[in-house]
Design a protein around this ligand. Structure first.
Ligand SMILES: [Zn+2]
Ligand SMILES: [Zn+2]
Length: 867
């Protein structure tokens, strides 16, 4: 059989063959090929033509047309059945047939090209052209694909990098090459060249695994290591895998690439990461984790830093991370879960109020294995909110630490459903213990583990599609909103994409929020988590330098601090090299600057609040644009957009606000502005025992994000502010306070800024906490009354003016009164909440008296503030 015969000539043939060969459905187009589908398209075109132009009956194939999704849907009816077709670009449509995500692109000078991928493994990208393409065309297409950011955002995070690698490496298979050389006008296939592409027969048997890497090569002797065969996988280097023979040879040390001191820790395994990711998948969260624990027993899971004597070299007294293996985490979780199953009825609510510690994870998995619902409660919560939360979720057990026990004891008389308190730590305060009523059992976590470690492990008894967790949204007022997290919600974030190995992350944000999802995703992927050592921010950098994470999630407040550091270095270097341009100084400075986060960062993510353009563009210049992701979402809807681009699976609408309509802005402004509402499978079902808020936020499957957005390009969304931070000022303009604050973080003199405005006053007030730099430049400190320091005040006022001019901030949006304050916002004073965001309701409360006073004073002074 000649090569020619192996390839189909018509689309119908191609479809049948592809389906047989790969067990997948392809979307294919009819352009320039003969066959049934071509006629179908022609008919559709003809019908349209007939309607408008009776004279025209000769239908031209190459004509620019069919940008209409209904028509496209008709065209592919046979293949996509009734799947929704999303238009994501005039030349790009997407279908999702549940097993494969399919994109159909239309190039102006090329025929249709389809790209399809397995939804969870991007390595299975295949590009199929519907006709022969030449060398130059190929280059053009690749160039086009590389610049095609539509692909990037459907994949999120470090998959982008994989895509880029992949497209760069894309090449023709030998036999296809021959066809091209022979100039045959038939379908060709472009497949990425990867090591160990599985052979076709195997692929037919396990079609879902077809493009996964299931064979690999020893990094030292290159011998093929097949699926199921033993190999040692390095936990530091990217893709360093040794066969058992080479592993024993001292010479094999030469293959390690990471800068960690040798020997590197390796774990003995039998499958590739791709295989693990797929085979560990299950339709329950419980089973996914069980699979992960079974597959990675030797891998490092959780790390805490060792304590060493303080010295000049090590003033903090913390040494390297010491690691707890997956096996040990699993065992301890099982012991704890067994104990719980003997002490507490299944399906009870378990409140957890802890810092990030290994115990947190044992509790989390113990509850998952034995059927309990975890309710994480941020330990910075205030008493009023705490009482609300605890009465809403009604836990029978509370797990606390030294600081949270104080809070719990304080409110025990406001809730009577508690049966047990479990204390994590040593030596609980006897005075506090005395205040606990007799009907509440008090236990110490380490004692439970000791007591049950030799007992028979109880059989697992996970919840069957139950509520795995309730997550309370922070800083809200009124009835607490406990977001119901079910199995499917957890699965969505575990399985959305695969993380490359090694993946290492610092667990430092409160586990009562997004950090927990991110951390659990690491564990499902076989990665490891270094747990932060001390609650002091100064030590955070020290932890990061020690851990050298590959992935970093942080809210804007952390990145703002990096930006302040950047500005300080920039200023001092500028005096050294006055002749250099900013970009040249950055060249000098960035290598050192990057080291602040270790030297193996793969992806940096910001989210949870607005970040200013200066900060994120500095991050992109420093760490590389392809590594920085600005995500937007909520616990209720999960990730909705990445780098402003709405994810493909999200349907959305923008509902104009009444105020905007009244002001006529909606009609004058061609850009849609309004509240974002979204719909997708990722949406949670609602709030626990809170019908009112559930009905308000979830309507017919649409979730109201509560944010004001503008759609500046199709599917590109800019977040302006929380709707509740926005208001119509007395001058009739719509003002977004958080957006305004973000402009001014550019100034090196500003540590924190809180801008206040309301509909009753015609101008805004800014409360500013000056930066270290500002304080030292003006020879003052936070103990002084800063407003008395006229030169400091003037300097900051002129910063505000300068930035306002530079950013062309309209006059009503520029704060007219600047007041300096000496309170640093922290978790402890509740001005920053557990997820690291500025706690706006608390800030408002905190500064309200001051703000009232300022408005009153200014009124008396009758200053013309509006010029
Ligand atoms: Zn070898
Ligand atoms: Zn290594």
């Amino acid at each position: 059989m000649s090569i020619k015969d192996k390839y189909p000539k018509t689309i119908a043939d191609f479809y049948i063959l592809a389906k047989k060969k790969y067990g997948i459905i392809l979307a294919i187009t009819a352009s320039k090929l003969e066959g049934e589908e071509l006629k179908l398209v022609n008919k559709a075109k003809k019908r349209k033509k007939d309607k408008y132009d009776d004279h025209e009956d000769d239908v031209n194939d190459s004509e620019e047309d069919s940008s209409d999704s209904e028509k496209l849907k008709n065209q592919y009816k046979k293949y996509i059945q009734d799947q929704p077709v999303t238009k994501i670009h005039p030349d790009l449509y997407a279908f999702d047939n549940n097993t494969h995500y399919i994109l159909v692109m239309r190039f102006s000078q090329y025929p249709y090209i389809t790209i399809q991928r397995h939804p969870t493994n991007f390595k299975s990208v295949k590009i199929i052209c519907q006709r022969t393409i030449g060398e130059n065309e190929k280059k053009d297409i690749l160039r086009f694909l590389r610049g095609f950011d539509y692909l990037d955002y459907s994949l999120t995070n470090n998959l982008n990098r994989q895509l880029k690698d992949l497209v760069l490496e894309v090449d023709f298979k030998e036999e296809v090459e021959e066809i091209i050389t022979n100039g045959m006008n038939i379908t060709c296939e472009i497949q990425p060249i990867m090591s160990g592409i599985p052979d076709k027969d195997d692929a037919t048997k396990h079609s879902h695994r077809k493009d996964f890497i299931n064979n690999t090569n020893c990094s030292f002797c290159s011998i093929l290591i097949k699926s199921g065969e033993e190999r040692h996988v390095c936990s530091e280097c990217n893709n360093v895998i040794l066969c058992p023979q080479c592993f024993l040879l001292p010479e094999s040390n030469s293959v390690h690439t990471d800068s960690a001191p040798l020997p590197h820790f390796s774990s003995l395994e039998t499958r590739t990461d791709d295989e693990y990711f797929v085979s560990n998948k299950s339709d329950t969260t419980y089973q996914c984790f069980i699979n992960a624990f079974k597959c990675f027993p030797k891998r490092r899971c959780l790390g805490i830093r060792s304590i060493i004597p303080k010295s000049n070299d090590n003033p903090l007294g913390f040494g390297e991370y010491e690691w707890i293996s997956y096996q040990d985490v699993y065992n301890r979780s099982e012991i704890f879960g067994t104990a719980l199953s003997k002490l507490v009825p299944r399906e009870s609510m378990i409140g957890v109020m802890l810092n990030n510690t290994p115990e947190w994870f044992y509790i989390d998995f113990g509850c998952l294995f034995y059927g309990y619902t975890i309710v994480p409660i941020n330990h910075f919560i205030n008493s009023r909110e705490f009482i609300g939360v605890i009465n809403n979720c009604q836990p029978s057990v509370m797990i606390v630490t030294e600081s949270s026990l104080v809070k719990l004891v304080d409110i025990l008389n406001k809730y009577n459903g508690l049966n047990m308190i479990i204390y994590v730590g040593n030596n609980p305060d006897p005075h506090l213990r005395k205040q606990i009523p007799y009907n509440i059992t008090f236990k110490i976590f380490s004692e439970i583990l000791n007591q049950y470690k030799d007992c028979k492990i109880a059989p697992h008894n996970p919840l069957n599609n139950g509520v795995l967790s309730l997550v309370y949204s922070s800083g809200s007022t009124g009835t607490p909103k406990g977001i119901i997290i079910k199995d499917k919600d957890f699965l969505a974030s575990l399985l959305d994409y695969k993380l490359g190995y090694p993946c290492i992350q610092l667990s430092f944000l409160s586990l009562s929020h997004l950090e927990r999802r991110a951390d659990l995703k690491m564990i499902y992927n076989g990665g490891r988590l270094g747990i932060y050592t001390l609650p002091k921010r100064d030590y955070f950098i020290n932890d990061v330098a020690c851990l050298r994470p590959t992935i970093m999630w942080a809210p804007p407040s952390i990145w703002n601090e990096f930006y302040t550091k950047y500005q300080q270095s920039m200023n001092s270097l500028r005096t050294l090299y006055p002749q250099f341009k900013t970009s040249e100084i950055e060249q000098i400075m960035f290598p050192e600057f990057r080291k602040l986060l270790g030297d193996r960062i793969d992806s940096l993510t910001t989210g949870g609040a607005l970040i200013s353009e200066e900060v994120i563009s500095m991050m992109r210049r420093c760490w590389g644009a392809d590594k920085v992701f600005n995500i937007y979402g909520s616990t209720e809807a999960m990730i909705v957009s990445v780098n402003d681009i709405m994810l493909n699976q999200i349907q959305y609408r923008i509902i104009p606000l009444q105020e905007i309509i009244k002001e006529g802005l909606a009609t004058e402004n061609p850009i849609p502005i309004g509240e974002l509402v979204v719909k997708s499978d990722q949406n949670v079902v609602g709030y626990y025992r809170n019908k009112e808020d559930t009905e308000k936020s979830f309507k017919d499957g649409w979730f109201h994000m509560g944010d004001l957005v503008e759609e500046y390009e199709p599917r590109k969304i800019r977040i302006l502010d929380r709707i509740k931070n926005s208001f119509k000022s007395s001058t009739g303009l719509f003002i977004c306070l958080e957006k305004i604050e973000n402009y001014y973080y550019k100034s090196p003199f500003i540590r924190h800024i809180f801008v206040y405005g309301d509909p009753y006053h015609s101008y805004l007030i800014a409360i500013i906490v000056p930066s270290e730099k500002a304080l030292s430049s003006f020879d003052t400190n936070l103990k002084m009354d800063l407003n008395q320091n006229k030169s400091l005040l003037e300097a900051i006022e002129s910063e505000i003016q300068l930035i306002s001019e530079e950013k062309q901030i309209i006059v009503y949006e520029t704060p007219k009164v600047i007041h300096l304050d000496n309170t640093i916002w922290t978790n402890e004073n509740n001005l920053i909440n557990g997820s690291g965001k500025f706690n706006r309701p608390a800030l408002k409360q905190y500064y309200l008296d001051l703000i009232d006073k300022i408005y009153k004073e200014k009124q008396n002074q009758s200053i013309d503030l509006l010029q």
